[in-house]
Design a protein around this ligand. Structure first.
Ligand code: MD3
Ligand code: FE
Length: 203
């Protein structure tokens, strides 16, 4: 059930399946405190995915740029605490993939509605690139794509389904990646949405 895609990238199919209802319950509590919102990019566009965070810090974007901060700029309060079951899931997935020292301080949560996508980008706002990123997909399926360290590198596509977990480490941590447009559908647990949780060590 664990497939190695690249030397330090592991796809753990259905790894979060059993925990999904619990995760989704926690997401409702998190969103009640720090709501999902579409963030503006420095270029002035709005991202099509709606974002919130939990943890010691949260990632956000506005006309001034991308950054992690301890305060949610919308609520002017601390971000919601990361639930213990989130941390355990992320650390277990990382450990099984060979990253024994992973200790996430943030979980960035993307919510995709039908028609939403995420263009190719690199994640480079974190301090230590030797730590992996653990991603958890919930709800409607989507096609994930990743290339290489250069924007023009050829891309590979992987369909991601409810419960799938990927651990991104090593050189792949710097690779361009994104998701294609979310297609219409209904998932018994999330309706017409797809959620993606990414656990990171930002600081
Ligand atoms: C490969 N999210 O939040 S998750 C993001 O499905 C992001 O919402 C996508 O890209 C989503 O930044 C993809 C898989 C993922 C996450 C981080 C990565 C793949 C990655 C960082 C480096 C390389
Ligand atoms: Fe990313």
């Amino acid at each position: 059930q664990c497939e190695q895609i690249l030397p330090e990238v592991f796809l753990l199919r259905s790894f979060a399946l059993q925990m999904a209802p619990q995760i989704l319950n926690q997401l409702d509590l998190i969103a009640a405190q720090s709501p999902f919102r579409r963030m503006q990019t420095p270029g002035g566009f709005f991202m099509s995915a709606a974002i919130t965070n939990c943890g010691d810090v949260g990632w956000h974007s506005d006309r001034q740029g991308y950054r992690y901060s301890e305060i949610d700029p919308q609520t002017e309060q601390a971000w919601p605490v990361m639930p213990e079951c989130f941390r355990e899931l992320a650390e277990t997935a990382a450990r099984q993939s060979g990253f024994s020292r992973f200790s996430p301080d943030v979980c960035l949560i993307n919510r995709y509605e039908v028609g939403a996508k995420m263009g190719l980008h690199q994640d480079k706002d974190e301090k230590d690139f030797s730590q992996p990123i653990v991603s958890v997909s919930l709800g409607l399926p989507i096609v994930f794509q990743f290339g290489g360290p250069k924007r023009n590198d050829p891309v590979q596509r992987i369909p991601l389904q409810h419960g799938d977990v990927i651990v991104w480490g090593g050189a792949a941590r710097r690779y361009y990646h994104g998701v294609l447009t979310l297609k219409p559908g209904q998932h018994p647990l999330t309706g017409s949405y797809r959620y993606n949780l990414t656990f990171r060590q930002a600081r």
